[in-house]
Design a protein around this ligand. Sequence first.
Ligand SMILES: [Zn+2]
Length: 479
Amino acid sequence: MPELPEVETVRRGLTRLVGGATIDHVDVIYEKMVSPAPAEFKQQLAGVTIDQIDRRGKYLLFRFDNGMTMVSHLRMEGKYDVQPEGAPLTKHTHVVFHLTDGRELRYTDTRKFGRMNLVKNGAELQVAGLKTIGPEPTPDTLTFDYMKQIFNKSKKVIKPFLLDQSNIAGLGNIYVDETLWMTRINPEQPANTLTDFQIRFLRENILKELSKAIDGHGTTVHSFSTAFGNAGEFQNQLNVYGREGEPCVRCGAELQKTKVAQRGTHYCPRCQVLKKKPSQTVVLGLTGGIATGKSSVATVFHDRDIPVIDADQVAREVVEPDSLALSQIAATFGTAMIQPDGTLDRHRLGQRVFNDEDELDKLNAITSPAIHKAVKKQVAAYRRKHTPLVVFDAPTLFEGDYAYDVDVIMVVALDTAAQLQRLMARDNMSEADARSRINSQLPLAEKINVADIVVDNGGSIDKTKAQVVEWLNKLHLVD
Ligand SMILES: [Zn+2]
Protein backbone atom coordinates (compact mmCIF):
# COMPACT_ATOMS: atom_id res chain seq x y z
CA MET A 1 0.00 0.00 0.00
CA PRO A 2 1.44 3.40 -0.86
CA GLU A 3 2.36 5.28 2.29
CA LEU A 4 2.28 9.01 2.90
CA PRO A 5 5.69 9.72 1.30
CA GLU A 6 4.67 7.89 -1.87
CA VAL A 7 1.33 9.68 -2.05
CA GLU A 8 3.19 12.97 -1.60
CA THR A 9 5.51 11.96 -4.44
CA VAL A 10 2.47 11.19 -6.59
CA ARG A 11 1.02 14.59 -5.69
CA ARG A 12 4.19 16.38 -6.75
CA GLY A 13 4.43 14.36 -9.96
CA LEU A 14 0.79 15.02 -10.84
CA THR A 15 1.14 18.71 -10.06
CA ARG A 16 4.02 18.91 -12.50
CA LEU A 17 2.24 16.84 -15.16
CA VAL A 18 -1.37 18.00 -15.06
CA GLY A 19 -1.50 21.08 -12.82
CA GLY A 20 -3.29 23.78 -14.88
CA ALA A 21 -4.56 21.25 -17.45
CA THR A 22 -8.20 21.31 -18.53
CA ILE A 23 -10.41 18.23 -18.68
CA ASP A 24 -12.36 17.81 -21.91
CA HIS A 25 -14.39 14.80 -20.85
CA VAL A 26 -14.13 11.75 -18.58
CA ASP A 27 -14.63 8.03 -19.23
CA VAL A 28 -15.63 5.94 -16.24
CA ILE A 29 -15.02 2.28 -17.04
CA TYR A 30 -15.50 0.82 -13.56
CA GLU A 31 -18.59 2.60 -12.31
CA LYS A 32 -18.33 1.77 -8.62
CA MET A 33 -15.07 3.68 -8.40
CA VAL A 34 -16.60 7.13 -8.54
CA SER A 35 -19.09 9.17 -6.58
CA PRO A 36 -21.49 10.74 -7.43
CA ALA A 37 -22.80 8.29 -10.05
CA PRO A 38 -20.88 8.33 -13.37
CA ALA A 39 -23.35 10.52 -15.29
CA GLU A 40 -23.12 13.35 -12.77
CA PHE A 41 -19.41 12.77 -12.14
CA LYS A 42 -18.67 13.17 -15.86
CA GLN A 43 -20.97 16.15 -16.28
CA GLN A 44 -19.41 18.03 -13.33
CA LEU A 45 -15.87 17.53 -14.63
CA ALA A 46 -16.38 18.37 -18.32
CA GLY A 47 -14.46 21.56 -19.16
CA VAL A 48 -12.97 22.18 -15.71
CA THR A 49 -9.33 23.06 -15.05
CA ILE A 50 -7.17 21.39 -12.38
CA ASP A 51 -6.19 24.37 -10.24
CA GLN A 52 -4.01 22.46 -7.82
CA ILE A 53 -3.53 19.11 -6.15
CA ASP A 54 -3.35 18.93 -2.36
CA ARG A 55 -2.87 16.02 -0.01
CA ARG A 56 -4.29 15.16 3.38
CA GLY A 57 -2.88 11.97 4.93
CA LYS A 58 -2.90 9.46 2.11
CA TYR A 59 -5.75 11.24 0.26
CA LEU A 60 -5.16 13.27 -2.88
CA LEU A 61 -7.36 16.34 -3.27
CA PHE A 62 -7.79 17.57 -6.84
CA ARG A 63 -9.01 21.18 -6.72
CA PHE A 64 -10.95 22.30 -9.80
CA ASP A 65 -11.85 25.80 -10.99
CA ASN A 66 -15.58 25.11 -10.63
CA GLY A 67 -15.43 25.02 -6.84
CA MET A 68 -15.32 21.22 -6.67
CA THR A 69 -12.75 18.90 -5.10
CA MET A 70 -12.10 15.29 -6.05
CA VAL A 71 -10.93 13.17 -3.13
CA SER A 72 -8.85 10.26 -4.44
CA HIS A 73 -7.49 7.40 -2.35
CA LEU A 74 -5.15 4.93 -4.06
CA ARG A 75 -5.77 2.15 -1.50
CA MET A 76 -3.64 -0.91 -2.24
CA GLU A 77 -2.54 -0.65 -5.84
CA GLY A 78 -3.97 2.49 -7.44
CA LYS A 79 -1.86 4.69 -9.67
CA TYR A 80 -2.10 7.57 -12.07
CA ASP A 81 -0.24 7.94 -15.29
CA VAL A 82 -0.38 10.27 -18.25
CA GLN A 83 -0.55 8.90 -21.79
CA PRO A 84 -1.03 10.38 -25.24
CA GLU A 85 -4.60 10.26 -26.50
CA GLY A 86 -5.50 6.89 -27.94
CA ALA A 87 -2.69 4.85 -26.39
CA PRO A 88 -4.05 1.35 -25.66
CA LEU A 89 -5.83 0.96 -22.31
CA THR A 90 -4.81 -1.80 -19.93
CA LYS A 91 -7.43 -4.11 -18.48
CA HIS A 92 -6.90 -2.36 -15.14
CA THR A 93 -7.60 1.17 -16.42
CA HIS A 94 -10.80 2.28 -14.71
CA VAL A 95 -11.09 6.04 -15.19
CA VAL A 96 -9.71 8.19 -18.02
CA PHE A 97 -9.62 11.99 -17.88
CA HIS A 98 -9.27 13.27 -21.45
CA LEU A 99 -7.38 16.55 -21.39
CA THR A 100 -7.89 19.32 -23.93
CA ASP A 101 -4.17 19.25 -24.79
CA GLY A 102 -4.38 15.77 -26.32
CA ARG A 103 -3.16 13.81 -23.30
CA GLU A 104 -5.03 11.45 -20.99
CA LEU A 105 -4.74 11.21 -17.23
CA ARG A 106 -5.50 7.59 -16.45
CA TYR A 107 -6.25 5.81 -13.22
CA THR A 108 -5.37 2.11 -13.05
CA ASP A 109 -5.92 -0.20 -10.11
CA THR A 110 -5.44 -3.98 -10.24
CA ARG A 111 -7.47 -4.50 -7.07
CA LYS A 112 -10.18 -1.90 -7.79
CA PHE A 113 -10.08 -0.68 -4.18
CA GLY A 114 -9.41 2.98 -5.02
CA ARG A 115 -12.20 5.54 -4.79
CA MET A 116 -12.85 9.04 -6.20
CA ASN A 117 -15.36 11.29 -4.49
CA LEU A 118 -16.30 14.56 -6.14
CA VAL A 119 -17.63 17.07 -3.61
CA LYS A 120 -17.96 20.83 -3.15
CA ASN A 121 -14.82 22.53 -1.81
CA GLY A 122 -14.82 22.26 1.96
CA ALA A 123 -17.13 19.23 1.95
CA GLU A 124 -14.11 16.92 1.52
CA LEU A 125 -13.84 16.83 5.29
CA GLN A 126 -17.13 14.94 5.33
CA VAL A 127 -15.77 12.15 3.14
CA ALA A 128 -15.38 8.93 5.12
CA GLY A 129 -11.82 8.64 6.36
CA LEU A 130 -11.13 12.38 6.20
CA LYS A 131 -13.86 13.09 8.74
CA THR A 132 -11.86 11.72 11.65
CA ILE A 133 -8.31 12.03 10.31
CA GLY A 134 -5.63 13.05 12.81
CA PRO A 135 -2.97 15.76 12.35
CA GLU A 136 -0.44 15.62 9.53
CA PRO A 137 3.01 14.50 10.66
CA THR A 138 4.66 17.90 10.25
CA PRO A 139 6.48 19.87 12.97
CA ASP A 140 3.68 22.45 13.21
CA THR A 141 0.69 20.11 13.23
CA LEU A 142 1.98 17.11 15.16
CA THR A 143 2.81 18.67 18.52
CA PHE A 144 4.25 16.96 21.59
CA ASP A 145 1.30 18.16 23.68
CA TYR A 146 -1.17 16.55 21.30
CA MET A 147 0.78 13.30 21.23
CA LYS A 148 1.12 13.16 24.99
CA GLN A 149 -2.59 13.72 25.41
CA ILE A 150 -3.65 10.93 23.02
CA PHE A 151 -0.96 8.49 24.18
CA ASN A 152 -1.71 8.94 27.87
CA LYS A 153 -5.37 8.07 27.49
CA SER A 154 -4.97 4.92 25.39
CA LYS A 155 -4.15 1.45 26.64
CA LYS A 156 -3.98 0.28 23.04
CA VAL A 157 -0.84 -1.44 21.82
CA ILE A 158 1.43 1.09 20.07
CA LYS A 159 1.55 -0.49 16.61
CA PRO A 160 -2.20 -0.40 15.80
CA PHE A 161 -2.41 2.87 17.73
CA LEU A 162 -0.02 4.53 15.29
CA LEU A 163 -1.66 2.88 12.27
CA ASP A 164 -5.00 4.38 13.34
CA GLN A 165 -5.32 7.40 11.02
CA SER A 166 -7.53 9.21 13.50
CA ASN A 167 -4.53 9.50 15.84
CA ILE A 168 -1.90 10.61 13.31
CA ALA A 169 -2.51 10.93 9.56
CA GLY A 170 -0.52 9.00 7.03
CA LEU A 171 1.50 6.47 9.04
CA GLY A 172 1.41 3.04 7.39
CA ASN A 173 2.97 -0.31 8.17
CA ILE A 174 6.47 0.47 6.89
CA TYR A 175 7.01 3.75 8.71
CA VAL A 176 5.44 2.53 11.94
CA ASP A 177 7.91 -0.38 12.04
CA GLU A 178 10.81 1.92 11.12
CA THR A 179 10.03 4.64 13.64
CA LEU A 180 9.39 2.16 16.48
CA TRP A 181 12.78 0.56 15.75
CA MET A 182 14.43 3.98 15.72
CA THR A 183 12.85 4.83 19.08
CA ARG A 184 13.52 1.35 20.61
CA ILE A 185 9.86 0.79 21.40
CA ASN A 186 8.40 -2.71 21.27
CA PRO A 187 5.43 -2.84 18.82
CA GLU A 188 3.28 -4.31 21.62
CA GLN A 189 4.11 -1.62 24.19
CA PRO A 190 0.83 -0.04 25.38
CA ALA A 191 0.59 3.62 24.28
CA ASN A 192 -0.05 4.91 27.80
CA THR A 193 3.16 3.41 29.19
CA LEU A 194 5.47 5.60 27.09
CA THR A 195 7.57 8.16 28.93
CA ASP A 196 7.64 11.81 27.88
CA PHE A 197 11.10 11.23 26.45
CA GLN A 198 9.88 8.32 24.33
CA ILE A 199 6.96 10.37 23.00
CA ARG A 200 9.31 13.24 22.12
CA PHE A 201 11.86 10.92 20.56
CA LEU A 202 9.14 9.08 18.62
CA ARG A 203 7.82 12.40 17.35
CA GLU A 204 11.29 13.44 16.16
CA ASN A 205 11.73 10.10 14.44
CA ILE A 206 8.34 10.22 12.71
CA LEU A 207 9.09 13.72 11.38
CA LYS A 208 12.64 12.79 10.38
CA GLU A 209 11.71 9.50 8.72
CA LEU A 210 8.82 10.88 6.71
CA SER A 211 10.71 13.91 5.44
CA LYS A 212 13.66 11.68 4.52
CA ALA A 213 11.29 9.33 2.70
CA ILE A 214 9.63 12.18 0.80
CA ASP A 215 13.07 13.46 -0.23
CA GLY A 216 13.98 9.93 -1.31
CA HIS A 217 10.96 9.76 -3.65
CA GLY A 218 9.11 7.21 -1.62
CA THR A 219 9.38 3.48 -1.18
CA THR A 220 8.49 1.04 -3.89
CA VAL A 221 6.47 -1.95 -2.80
CA HIS A 222 4.69 -4.37 -5.11
CA SER A 223 3.43 -2.74 -8.25
CA PHE A 224 3.46 0.80 -6.96
CA SER A 225 5.25 3.41 -9.02
CA THR A 226 5.14 7.17 -8.95
CA ALA A 227 2.96 9.33 -11.13
CA PHE A 228 5.75 9.54 -13.69
CA GLY A 229 6.79 5.93 -13.57
CA ASN A 230 9.99 6.26 -11.52
CA ALA A 231 10.61 3.58 -8.97
CA GLY A 232 11.42 4.94 -5.50
CA GLU A 233 14.90 4.52 -4.10
CA PHE A 234 14.13 4.82 -0.45
CA GLN A 235 13.52 1.14 0.24
CA ASN A 236 17.27 0.53 0.40
CA GLN A 237 17.47 2.73 3.45
CA LEU A 238 14.93 0.83 5.54
CA ASN A 239 16.50 -0.54 8.71
CA VAL A 240 13.95 -3.08 9.90
CA TYR A 241 11.00 -3.38 7.51
CA GLY A 242 11.35 -6.46 5.30
CA ARG A 243 14.66 -7.41 6.93
CA GLU A 244 13.59 -10.31 9.13
CA GLY A 245 16.46 -12.80 9.55
CA GLU A 246 19.10 -10.10 8.91
CA PRO A 247 21.23 -8.65 11.72
CA CYS A 248 20.04 -5.42 13.34
CA VAL A 249 22.37 -2.67 12.09
CA ARG A 250 22.43 -1.18 15.57
CA CYS A 251 23.07 -4.23 17.77
CA GLY A 252 23.64 -7.26 15.53
CA ALA A 253 20.71 -9.34 16.86
CA GLU A 254 18.58 -11.18 14.31
CA LEU A 255 15.56 -9.11 13.29
CA GLN A 256 12.20 -10.82 13.77
CA LYS A 257 8.88 -10.74 11.98
CA THR A 258 5.69 -11.31 13.90
CA LYS A 259 2.03 -10.32 13.72
CA VAL A 260 0.66 -7.49 15.81
CA ALA A 261 -3.03 -6.67 15.35
CA GLN A 262 -3.06 -8.82 12.18
CA ARG A 263 -0.28 -6.80 10.57
CA GLY A 264 3.14 -8.15 9.66
CA THR A 265 5.51 -6.46 12.10
CA HIS A 266 9.31 -6.22 12.02
CA TYR A 267 11.38 -5.49 15.11
CA CYS A 268 14.65 -6.14 16.91
CA PRO A 269 14.13 -8.43 19.93
CA ARG A 270 17.19 -6.95 21.62
CA CYS A 271 16.79 -3.20 21.01
CA GLN A 272 12.99 -3.18 21.39
CA VAL A 273 12.23 -5.04 24.58
CA LEU A 274 8.65 -4.93 25.90
CA LYS A 275 8.77 -3.04 29.20
CA LYS A 276 6.33 -3.17 32.06
CA LYS A 277 7.09 0.41 32.89
CA PRO A 278 9.70 2.20 30.79
CA SER A 279 12.40 3.86 32.91
CA GLN A 280 12.37 7.62 33.37
CA THR A 281 16.17 7.68 33.13
CA VAL A 282 17.50 8.31 29.65
CA VAL A 283 20.89 6.76 28.90
CA LEU A 284 22.73 8.60 26.14
CA GLY A 285 25.54 6.63 24.52
CA LEU A 286 28.33 8.97 23.43
CA THR A 287 30.85 7.75 20.90
CA GLY A 288 32.84 8.81 17.85
CA GLY A 289 35.86 7.84 15.84
CA ILE A 290 39.44 8.16 17.06
CA ALA A 291 40.33 11.86 17.47
CA THR A 292 36.94 13.12 16.30
CA GLY A 293 36.56 15.16 19.48
CA LYS A 294 34.32 13.10 21.71
CA SER A 295 36.04 14.34 24.87
CA SER A 296 35.23 17.97 24.10
CA VAL A 297 31.59 17.00 23.70
CA ALA A 298 31.74 15.20 27.04
CA THR A 299 32.65 18.52 28.71
CA VAL A 300 29.18 19.83 27.80
CA PHE A 301 27.73 17.18 30.11
CA HIS A 302 30.36 17.61 32.82
CA ASP A 303 29.72 21.37 32.85
CA ARG A 304 26.03 20.75 33.45
CA ASP A 305 26.62 18.21 36.23
CA ILE A 306 25.07 15.46 34.13
CA PRO A 307 26.54 12.15 35.31
CA VAL A 308 28.98 10.58 32.85
CA ILE A 309 29.95 6.90 33.04
CA ASP A 310 33.39 6.65 31.45
CA ALA A 311 33.84 3.24 29.79
CA ASP A 312 37.63 3.52 29.83
CA GLN A 313 37.61 4.18 33.56
CA VAL A 314 35.26 1.27 34.17
CA ALA A 315 37.63 -0.91 32.12
CA ARG A 316 40.49 0.08 34.45
CA GLU A 317 38.42 -0.51 37.57
CA VAL A 318 37.36 -4.03 36.65
CA VAL A 319 41.02 -5.19 36.69
CA GLU A 320 41.93 -3.56 39.98
CA PRO A 321 43.95 -5.63 42.47
CA ASP A 322 41.98 -8.58 43.91
CA SER A 323 39.27 -8.29 41.25
CA LEU A 324 37.80 -11.43 39.67
CA ALA A 325 38.85 -10.28 36.17
CA LEU A 326 42.45 -9.81 37.29
CA SER A 327 42.65 -13.31 38.75
CA GLN A 328 41.20 -14.68 35.50
CA ILE A 329 43.86 -12.78 33.54
CA ALA A 330 46.57 -14.32 35.74
CA ALA A 331 45.08 -17.79 35.23
CA THR A 332 44.90 -17.35 31.44
CA PHE A 333 48.05 -15.36 30.64
CA GLY A 334 50.27 -16.25 33.63
CA THR A 335 51.01 -14.65 36.99
CA ALA A 336 53.79 -12.65 35.34
CA MET A 337 51.01 -10.29 34.23
CA ILE A 338 50.58 -9.16 37.86
CA GLN A 339 53.15 -6.74 39.27
CA PRO A 340 54.60 -7.18 42.78
CA ASP A 341 52.19 -4.50 44.10
CA GLY A 342 49.22 -6.58 42.86
CA THR A 343 48.33 -4.34 39.90
CA LEU A 344 48.04 -5.39 36.27
CA ASP A 345 51.18 -5.10 34.16
CA ARG A 346 49.46 -3.38 31.23
CA HIS A 347 52.62 -3.10 29.19
CA ARG A 348 53.37 -6.81 29.36
CA LEU A 349 49.77 -7.77 28.66
CA GLY A 350 49.65 -5.34 25.76
CA GLN A 351 52.71 -6.96 24.18
CA ARG A 352 51.02 -10.34 24.49
CA VAL A 353 47.66 -9.42 22.95
CA PHE A 354 48.41 -6.42 20.75
CA ASN A 355 49.21 -8.27 17.53
CA ASP A 356 47.49 -11.54 18.23
CA GLU A 357 43.75 -11.60 17.65
CA ASP A 358 43.19 -14.93 19.42
CA GLU A 359 44.92 -13.66 22.55
CA LEU A 360 42.98 -10.40 22.35
CA ASP A 361 39.73 -12.36 22.08
CA LYS A 362 40.67 -14.29 25.22
CA LEU A 363 41.32 -11.04 27.07
CA ASN A 364 38.02 -9.52 25.87
CA ALA A 365 36.15 -12.64 26.96
CA ILE A 366 37.35 -11.91 30.49
CA THR A 367 37.03 -8.11 30.65
CA SER A 368 33.94 -7.51 28.51
CA PRO A 369 31.39 -9.26 30.79
CA ALA A 370 32.95 -7.55 33.79
CA ILE A 371 32.69 -4.12 32.16
CA HIS A 372 29.10 -4.75 31.04
CA LYS A 373 28.15 -5.81 34.53
CA ALA A 374 29.79 -2.78 36.14
CA VAL A 375 28.13 -0.37 33.69
CA LYS A 376 24.71 -1.99 34.23
CA LYS A 377 25.13 -1.64 37.97
CA GLN A 378 25.95 2.05 37.71
CA VAL A 379 23.04 2.69 35.32
CA ALA A 380 20.65 0.80 37.63
CA ALA A 381 21.67 3.02 40.51
CA TYR A 382 20.84 6.15 38.48
CA ARG A 383 17.51 4.63 37.42
CA ARG A 384 16.60 4.01 41.06
CA LYS A 385 17.30 7.68 41.79
CA HIS A 386 15.23 8.73 38.72
CA THR A 387 18.18 10.72 37.37
CA PRO A 388 16.78 12.18 34.14
CA LEU A 389 19.89 11.84 31.97
CA VAL A 390 23.02 9.70 32.24
CA VAL A 391 25.79 9.74 29.63
CA PHE A 392 27.70 6.58 28.81
CA ASP A 393 30.95 7.73 27.21
CA ALA A 394 32.29 4.75 25.26
CA PRO A 395 34.81 4.81 22.39
CA THR A 396 33.75 1.24 21.57
CA LEU A 397 29.99 1.67 21.95
CA PHE A 398 29.40 -0.46 18.86
CA GLU A 399 32.47 -2.68 18.86
CA GLY A 400 32.01 -3.42 22.57
CA ASP A 401 28.32 -4.29 22.08
CA TYR A 402 26.74 -1.62 24.25
CA ALA A 403 24.54 -0.02 21.57
CA TYR A 404 21.44 -2.09 22.34
CA ASP A 405 21.44 -0.96 25.94
CA VAL A 406 21.36 2.82 25.55
CA ASP A 407 18.27 4.87 24.75
CA VAL A 408 19.83 7.29 22.31
CA ILE A 409 23.17 7.31 20.49
CA MET A 410 25.22 10.45 19.85
CA VAL A 411 28.14 10.15 17.43
CA VAL A 412 30.76 12.88 17.21
CA ALA A 413 31.78 13.06 13.57
CA LEU A 414 34.53 14.63 11.54
CA ASP A 415 35.51 14.26 7.90
CA THR A 416 38.39 11.87 7.34
CA ALA A 417 40.93 14.52 6.28
CA ALA A 418 40.36 16.54 9.47
CA GLN A 419 40.36 13.38 11.59
CA LEU A 420 43.73 12.41 10.10
CA GLN A 421 45.22 15.85 10.78
CA ARG A 422 44.01 15.87 14.38
CA LEU A 423 45.26 12.38 15.10
CA MET A 424 48.71 13.12 13.62
CA ALA A 425 48.98 16.33 15.65
CA ARG A 426 47.59 14.86 18.86
CA ASP A 427 49.63 11.64 18.97
CA ASN A 428 52.56 12.86 16.90
CA MET A 429 52.00 10.16 14.31
CA SER A 430 53.03 9.72 10.70
CA GLU A 431 50.21 9.95 8.18
CA ALA A 432 50.51 6.23 7.37
CA ASP A 433 50.25 5.25 11.04
CA ALA A 434 47.33 7.59 11.61
CA ARG A 435 45.56 6.19 8.57
CA SER A 436 45.99 2.61 9.72
CA ARG A 437 44.71 3.50 13.20
CA ILE A 438 41.58 5.04 11.66
CA ASN A 439 41.11 2.08 9.33
CA SER A 440 41.39 -0.40 12.20
CA GLN A 441 38.18 0.98 13.72
CA LEU A 442 34.59 0.41 12.68
CA PRO A 443 34.17 2.96 9.86
CA LEU A 444 32.78 6.27 11.11
CA ALA A 445 30.20 6.20 8.29
CA GLU A 446 28.70 3.03 9.77
CA LYS A 447 28.47 4.64 13.20
CA ILE A 448 26.84 7.74 11.71
CA ASN A 449 24.35 5.50 9.91
CA VAL A 450 22.92 4.18 13.17
CA ALA A 451 23.39 7.35 15.22
CA ASP A 452 20.31 9.14 16.51
CA ILE A 453 22.25 12.36 16.87
CA VAL A 454 25.27 13.26 14.76
CA VAL A 455 27.39 16.11 16.08
CA ASP A 456 29.58 17.63 13.36
CA ASN A 457 32.85 18.59 15.00
CA GLY A 458 34.33 20.10 11.85
CA GLY A 459 33.81 23.71 12.94
CA SER A 460 34.73 25.63 16.10
CA ILE A 461 34.35 24.02 19.51
CA ASP A 462 31.57 26.49 20.30
CA LYS A 463 29.65 25.36 17.23
CA THR A 464 30.08 21.74 18.29
CA LYS A 465 28.80 22.43 21.79
CA ALA A 466 25.86 24.44 20.45
CA GLN A 467 24.73 21.41 18.43
CA VAL A 468 24.81 19.23 21.53
CA VAL A 469 22.81 21.73 23.55
CA GLU A 470 20.29 22.14 20.73
CA TRP A 471 19.64 18.39 20.76
CA LEU A 472 19.37 18.22 24.52
CA ASN A 473 16.80 20.99 24.38
CA LYS A 474 14.89 19.39 21.54
CA LEU A 475 14.49 16.16 23.50
CA HIS A 476 13.99 18.07 26.77
CA LEU A 477 16.93 16.25 28.35
CA VAL A 478 18.09 19.37 30.16
CA ASP A 479 16.14 22.20 31.76
ZN1 LIG B 1 18.92 -4.29 17.61
